[in-house]
Design a protein around this ligand. Structure first.
Ligand SMILES: [Fe+2]
Length: 425
């Protein structure tokens, strides 16, 4: 196998500041956009961030139609609904406001209304055909209201393929929003439990991208267009990952404790930092394993999500795997695992043996999970040992991320990881 010789940094333009949501209308006018589809979820639809955005559009003469039926943790069906709305409306631009679910839904609506195709055409192989996005998309402004996915910076859209009970996605640089408006005023409405789960997603984005295989270990693509967005760890992504970990350490507990603390805005920024990093490096096993953990949910109803149906929020589905995974992967790059633990505040002397790196990082994460009242593993989510074969089967097809693990993990290794993730305390 010829190995890759390069990595490429791509990210959306982002603007950070109190009140930037009010600038969206002017931005669209300056982009030459006259008619937009506004995409959000039913809960946020009635809250101040959406009202502020709609005022800005109306005040600047931008016509809009509101689509507020985004499914939190979107599915192929909810994507299709948004795509149909987009095709019918013949919009010349999109504005997504909300969490990753709304922003990802907007990316799909933009892609499939601009280049109509069967849903699986652009979905990651081997689940879909993995074809590259054929050309430029329409302008998309993304306004995150949760400090988690970093979706405003990335070319990735994740959804649940219901018939396969698996999460999968579409990943291409051309899916990136044109502009991310990061407005600390939009995070006050976030319930503490959501702030905690989404903040731990940020942590995982950063640690996974920092510990992913180096970009030069991936196969060389035939042409630059085919170089994936998730390229493995690289010197530029490393900077963003490490800084976002320091921010998580400083701001996450405060952001969960007090919605009016400026830490809320700093976590929004940390999510974008981590997004810039992992959007070009990728994530690995904790995310790969999270997809069946979320997809196979039976009766876990999370606190704070206002959900009337069982669901495992993305941040929780990811973090429960993280300690087990990092204990396993640390032998591949102990120094990187130790550096991540230190950035998160682990008090290890530099004399600490690198052979402890996995345990040190896992313990640091477990301590934070306890502090934030997270479930202590897969068992509290309702899973038992009997579920492991199905959880493994749901993880194996997630090549886009599992292949970035610094230590290869097949069926046997994944089974052991899920077993280890059952109960941490
Ligand atoms: Fe994530």
């Amino acid at each position: 196998m010829k190995k890759d010789i390069a990595f490429e940094m791509a990210t959306s333009s982002i603007r950070f500041g109190h009140g930037v949501t009010r600038e969206a209308g002017m931005d669209l006018v300056d982009m030459g956009v006259n008619r937009v589809m506004v995409i959000t979820d039913p809960t946020l639809s009635a809250l101040p961030p959406v009202a502020t955005l709609l005022e800005s559009l109306a005040g600047n003469g931008v016509a809009y139609e509101l689509f507020d039926r985004v499914h939190v943790e979107p599915t192929d069906t909810s994507f299709q609904e948004a795509i149909a709305f987009a095709r019918e409306g013949e919009f010349d631009g999109f504005v997504a406001i909300g969490g990753g679910s709304s922003i990802d839904t907007a990316k799909a609506a933009n892609l499939y209304s601009t280049y109509p195709a069967d849903l699986l055409t652009y979905v990651n192989a081997p689940i879909g055909k993995g074809e590259p996005v054929p050309g430029a998309l329409k302008p998309l402004i993304a306004i995150p209201t949760t400090a988690g996915t970093g979706s405003e910076t990335t070319g990735v859209a994740i959804f649940d393929l219901v018939e396969m009970k698996a999460k999968t996605g579409i990943a291409h640089r051309r899916l990136k929003p044109t502009l991310g408006l990061i407005d600390p005023d939009n995070t006050r409405t976030l319930p503490p439990a959501v702030a905690a789960a989404t903040g731990l997603d940020v942590l995982c984005h950063a640690v996974e991208s920092y510990t992913a295989i180096p970009f030069g270990e991936r196969p060389l693509p035939q042409r630059p267009l085919l170089r994936p967005a998730y390229q493995g760890s690289n010197p530029i992504s490393d900077l963003w990952a490490m800084e976002s970990l320091r921010m998580v350490r400083e701001y996450l507990p405060r952001a969960v404790a007090d919605p009016d603390d400026e830490a809320r805005g700093q976590m929004l920024l940390a999510a974008s930092f981590a997004g810039i990093g992992f959007g070009n490096a990728g994530v690995h096993l904790p995310h790969g394993m999270s997809y069946p953990v979320a997809g196979m949910v039976r009766d876990f109803v999370p606190e704070g999500y206002g959900s009337d149906h069982p669901m495992v929020p993305h941040g929780i589905a990811v973090i429960v795997n993280a300690p087990a995974v990092f204990r396993f992967t640390a032998t591949a790059s102990p120094r990187r695992h130790l550096a991540a633990a230190k950035a998160l505040g682990a008090s290890t002397s530099s004399a600490a043996a690198e052979s402890d790196a996995g345990a040190v990082l896992a313990d640091t994460i477990i301590e934070l999970m306890q502090r934030l009242n997270m479930p202590g593993g897969l068992a509290p989510l309702g899973y038992g040992s009997g579920d492991i074969p199905a959880l493994v089967a749901g993880t194996l097809p997630q090549h886009r991320v599992t292949k970035l693990s610094p230590r290869p993990a097949g069926e046997e290794e994944l089974s052991a990881l899920f077993e280890d993730a059952m109960r941490y305390w």
